[in-house]
Structures are given as C-alpha cells and as structure tokens.
Design a protein around this ligand. Structure first.
Ligand code: AMP
Ligand code: MG
Length: 560
C-alpha cells in the first residue's frame, strides 16, 4: 500500500468506537490451556547473557529474565473483558493458579519471560538505554479469533534494565494503572489493557515525594495486555548505537506483525508505516484532549508504536479546564507535559522517531512530509472532535473557529469542570427558547453546577459566558438537529464518568486498608462512562475541596 492510501484509510478509521480485542469468544479455556506463540522472541535477537544483573545490552531486542517469586499472591481485581479477549473462563480467573501466575510465582507451559530493551528521550533529553526495568513479558497468546496478545507483568522484580531501582510496583500506582487502562478502553480510546491487579504480600519502600519521608507500601503487580509493547524508544536505541541492521529487523518485524496491510517492507512501505504512526498518534492525542486526560510523562519511551496509551504513571484528569495543568510534580516547573502541550509533544516525539529511522530512508524530505501530516490530521480531527462535543453535525470553519476559540477562553474565566460543563450543555433546549428574552442569569443557570467558585461569576464574566452561549445556541439551531438528537450525540462523546483523580485516590486509601470494594465499584461504573447510571451520581461530582491540594488527587510524582 502506498502512503497516501494509508492516510485515506486512517482518516476513515477516526471514529469514537471501542477497539475490541475479542468481543465474542467462541469458547472459554482454562489458564493451563492458553495457546502461546512467542513470535517476538522467535524472530528477533536475544541478549546472549541470561544472568539477571543490570547492564547495557547491545545488539539485542530483549533479555530473558524470570519474574521474582513473591510471598503471598492475592487477586484484588480482574477485567472480565480482557479475560474474555484471552478466552479465559471465569473459574480460571478466580483460581489460585491465576493469582500465582499473574504475580509471577508460576509460569504456564509456553511462557518464555523476557524484558524489552529500549531507550528514550526523557523530558526532552536523550537518556540512553532504559528498557523494561520492572516489566516482564510472559509470552504472546493466540486467541480463538487469531489475535496475538502479549501478556506483561508490571512490578514482578528486577531485570537487566532495572538500573538502580527495585523492579517493583506499589498498590497505589497499580490501582491507578489497572483502573485507568480499562476506563480508557471503555471511553473508546486506544490503550494497553489490564487483565489483573494482584497483591504480592510483600512491602515495598517508596519515597513518594522524594522528600526523605520514605515508607513501606503494599507491593502489587498488574498484568498488562496489548498486541505489542514496542515504543518509539525501541527504535531509537538501535539508531543511537548505530545498530542499523537491528533497527531494520525491528521495523520489518513491526510492519509484518502489526501493520500487515502495508505490504512487504521496503523503503516506500517504511514511509507509509511512519505516516501511519503519525496519524495514529494524532488520533490518540485528539482522544486525550476530548476527555481531558493528561498522560503526565510523554517521554519517547512511553509512546506506543501502535498509538496506544501506554505506561500509566503520574497521569491525571482535568477537573477545571486549564491547559497549563500537569498532574506530574516532576514537571511542575517546566510544564512540558501539561494538557495544552500534549499535541505539540506528540509531534516532538514523532520527530525523534523520524530521526531514528533516517538510515532506512536516506532522505529528510519524505520524513518531513509525513510529519506534516501529523499537524494537518491533528487540526482536522481536533476540529471535528470539538464540533462533535458541541453536538454539531460538522465543523464549519467560518462560524466554528471563532466559537471554539471563545469557548476555550470562557472555560477558563472561572474554574469550570470540563466534564460536567459538556454534559450540562447537552441539556439545553433550543426548540422553544427565546434567546432575545431570556436574561444572562437565567440562561447560564443550568451551568452553575460546573463552577468551582460560583461567587466569582461577576456580571462581566456572566455576560461573556452568556454571549458565548447565545452564539452557540444560534449555531446549533441553524444546524437543525432536534434537542433530543443533539443531546444524544453529545452524550455519546462527552463522558459523564471519568476516573477523577480524587475517586482513584479514595479507592487507593480504602485498598491500602484492605477494603477493595471501591476498585470493583469504579471498574464497573467506568464500563459505561457515557451512560446515566442510577444511584451513581456521587461519582460524577466535581472535585471536593479536600482534594484540591491533596497528594494523589492534585499532584503525583513518578515514584510508583
Ligand atoms: P517511566 O517513567 O515509568 O516510564 O520509567 C522510566 C524507566 O524507569 C523505565 O525504563 C522503567 O522500566 C524504569 N523504572 C521505573 N520504575 C522502576 C522500578 N521501580 N524498578 C525498575 N525500573 C523502574
Ligand atoms: Mg515507561
């Protein structure tokens, strides 16, 4: 396939739909009967050393390494959809063997554990070799639909890439990764998935805010699932070491395995592939902006080559709409990875990827051309997405450019909860509304609940909000959809329930005291984020005051 064909195909695929792994398994299997086919390690070169000590690993894509056994594995939660996509039966998921396997205490026949070698730019600087310091791939499952899904434990002990760290993960960060992976999937956003969350029965020392107040926390493991865990940094490491043969091997492998529609690898296909990665990345970040997700550490080692959200660390959800907000304390000064910067960081990261595959192309111009697609595609998709958030049938530059620019200003006049704002906006009825007669006060009253500090709605502010609302409602009226249809369309793209930072923290506080109820509750709630749910209103409330400055709610560190 040529690269303009790839672009057309990608444009057609921009829809707000869930990426299903296997919605209708034909029959379930027991854990012991999972079918492994470990193609990655079969086809790509391994580190010849098998001892588990930290080192620079040259001329290899991965190192064989076994998970470290733990004291007392205990299952906290699992995702029934991910289990289903692996064809796993409910009994299997609730068995003792499941907890043993997914904390790394036992290997199933066919599993061949290994850690990936990759590098990356961290906060804009080349950091050299990073690699899976605490992630261990167990193997690739072939499901009944012929899909290939890699199982990966996060927090299962040291690997050759652990550098100075312990290879472990704590409960709080594991709860966050587990819940958010699944929440993102149900929002229709490409993501790695989470099969399970288990406790190890061991304690892990963490200095949460790097301020000398280290304490022991419960150790945990998440089993992540994805077609591949290859990152931009997986390619960068080989280019940085001038291991160009190996770079080509990994690119060829990735194209054949995950982009087979592009055809047999050759220079033209490399370009088509890179263009598709640009488009997928743009599509991903448009989704993040749509729901107010801030990744928090968009280093190139945390960018999936498949355009999946990967590596849930100090991520957060916008509460009040603030483009400069970052959940990551390490990033508080520079705000490199704040909400409003995510689109341009996507491009910066793709530029690093382009530079790392230059040896395969030998010419800068076509790479630049592909990078330009990112901007074009992002702008178009973002406009379409924003128009859809407003319930408009299509983006019209003449009217909507101004409407959107002013909206993003209006949302910042007083702290406005982004999620609540769009849901309330969907309730406006224009069919019998007389925009000439209604006062500003009356007009904006349905939005009051979205404001964190309603006392700051002074008349001048109210007027600006009301002016915008009048423009919007006139535009919606001209658009011609009925109130009912507009509301349905808006509610299908603007979630009611997201994993608000304070909700995740409440679930963590309870879990650390041995009460896992809220993890199950949130997992279930977030399976239907766009639907009104009886008795669940409390989970759609804006951030309470106590959470404004609380660690875990308003700020997070990379310590996990
Ligand atoms: P992150 O910022 O989570 O993407 O991590 C950057 C690098 O540090 C990756 O290579 C991780 O595998 C590694 N890393 C993070 N935490 C740990 C840990 N506790 N033990 C070993 N490696 C870690
Ligand atoms: Mg990472």
């Amino acid at each position: 396939m040529r690269y303009d064909d790839a672009i057309i195909m990608m444009n057609m695929s921009i829809q707000y739909k869930k990426t299903q792994m296997n919605p209708h398994p034909s029959a379930t299997v027991a854990l012991e009967n999972l079918r492994f086919d470990n193609q990655f390690i079969r086809e790509l070169p391994a580190d010849p050393l098998t001892e588990n000590h930290c080192r620079q690993v040259f001329s290899a894509c991965y190192s064989f390494v076994e998970p470290t056994p733990v004291k007392a594995p205990k299952l906290v939660a699992y995702s029934k959809e991910v289990a289903q996509s692996l064809d796993l039966s409910t009994e299997s998921c609730e068995s003792d063997l499941f907890a043993q396997v997914f904390t790394g205490n036992q290997l199933l026949a066919g599993m061949q554990p290994y850690a990936l070698c990759y590098g990356g730019h961290q906060f804009g600087n080349w950091a050299g070799q990073l690699g899976d310091g605490r992630a261990i791939n167990l193997g690739e499952v072939l499901n009944s639909q012929g899909q290939r899904l890699t199982l990966q434990l996060k927090g299962a002990g040291q690997t050759p890439y652990s550098r100075t760290a312990d290879g472990l993960a704590v409960l709080r960060s594991s709860v966050r990764e587990f819940l958010c992976s699944e929440a993102m999937h149900h929002l229709g956003i490409p993501t790695t998935r989470a099969l399970s969350l288990t406790l190890t029965g061991e304690k892990v020392m963490r200095d949460m805010f790097y301020d000398g107040r280290a304490k022991l926390e419960p150790g945990a493991v998440v089993c992540r699932v994805a077609p591949s865990f290859t990152r931009f940094g997986s390619f960068q490491i080989f280019d940085s070491r001038k291991e160009h043969d190996l770079l080509q091997k990994l690119v060829d492998y990735t194209i054949r395995t995950d982009f087979p529609h592009l055809g047999e690898p050759c220079r033209e296909v490399y370009l088509a592939w890179f263009s598709e990665v640009c488009l997928k990345t743009a599509e991903l970040i448009v989704h993040w902006q749509r729901v107010g997700f801030v990744h928090g550490v968009m280093n190139t080692d945390n960018m999936s080559i498949l355009g999946l959200t990967i590596d849930y660390g100090p991520y957060g959800w916008l509460e009040n709409y603030d483009p400069r907000w970052t959940p990551n304390t390490t990033d508080a000064a520079g705000r490199r990875y704040c909400f409003g910067n995510q689109p341009q960081i996507g491009l910066w990261n793709l530029t690093q990827l382009a530079s790392s595959i230059f040896s395969l192309i030998g010419d800068v111009a076509p790479l630049k051309q592909a990078l330009a697609l990112y901007g074009e595609h992002f702008a178009k998709s973002w406009n379409d997405m924003m128009a859809a958030k407003l319930g408009l049938q299509a983006y019209q530059a003449e009217t909507d450019e101004k409407l959107l620019t002013e909206l993003l200003q209006v949302l910042q006049l007083v702290e406005t909860d982004m999620t609540i704002f769009y849901r309330k906006l969907a309730n406006f009825k224009i069919e019998n509304l007389d925009l000439e007669k209604i006062s500003d006060d009356e007009l904006i009253a349905p939005l009051f609940v979205a404001y964190y500090e309603p006392e700051k709605l002074i008349p001048a502010v109210e007027k600006r909000i009301a002016d915008w609302l009048r423009c919007y409602l006139n535009r919606a009226r001209e658009d011609g959809l009925s109130d009912k249809i507009r509301k349905e369309k808006m509610n299908a793209i603007n979630p009611k329930f997201v994993l608000r930072n304070y909700l995740a923290q409440q679930a963590i506080d309870k879990a650390e005291n041995g009460d896992f109820w809220m993890i199950g509750e949130l997992l279930e709630l977030l399976r239907n984020p766009y639907t009104e749910q009886d008795g669940k209103e409390e989970f759609a409330q804006k951030r309470p005051d106590w959470a404004r400055q609380r660690a875990g709610c308003s700020m997070l560190s990379c310590s996990s």
